[in-house]
Write a protein that binds this ligand. Structure first.
Ligand SMILES: [Zn+2]
Length: 157
């Protein structure tokens, strides 16, 4: 991580890279709506970005994190967008029932964390069957990147 810590959360350091109308998102899905962005990010991962000052150099770039609210994060990660049941976190396996009905409170995420392998297996199963499996509807389009996986690189619960 070469972004200086004080600059990481500054609004002036955050750049808008894509705008998609929600009706287009619903019609075409994550993969098509983000195709150009993902392609550009793959190019930056592979070929890097040429920086001219203070010394001419090429830096390879990766996607560290995608920020968003719960609905946006679940949409990006192809998880269920219904929060009235099922799992509600991209990091741990906290469920709607235990958090919202049984009033369980956690200081951080539960100890029962998602793994990339869990997610990938369920996503493949969901694609193969055409059904949502344990809240997973398919593969996150951004997981094509070497630097990113939706498990652990989206906001927690
Ligand atoms: Zn969590």
């Amino acid at each position: 991580m070469e972004i200086q810590a004080p600059l990481r959360s500054k609004v002036s350091s955050i750049q808008l890279v894509s705008l998609v109308l929600s009706r287009h998102w619903k019609k075409f899905g994550n993969a098509l709506c983000n195709q150009q962005l993902i392609s550009d990010l793959q190019d930056l991962e592979t070929n890097g970005l040429e920086i001219s000052k203070p010394v001419k150099t090429v830096r390879k770039v990766g996607l560290m994190y995608i920020m968003g609210d719960n609905l946006g994060a679940h949409t990006i990660s192809e998880l269920s967008q219904s929060f009235s049941s099922g799992l509600i976190c991209r990091w741990c396996k906290a469920s709607y029932t235990e958090v919202c009905k049984d009033a369980c409170a956690y200081r951080d995420c539960r100890d029962d964390l998602w793994t990339r392998e869990d997610y990938d297996r369920l996503a493949s199963e969901a694609v193969a069957t055409g059904d949502e499996i344990d809240g997973v509807k398919g593969h996150c389009a951004f997981n094509k990147l070497r630097s990113f996986h939706c498990i652990g690189q989206l906001p927690p619960c």
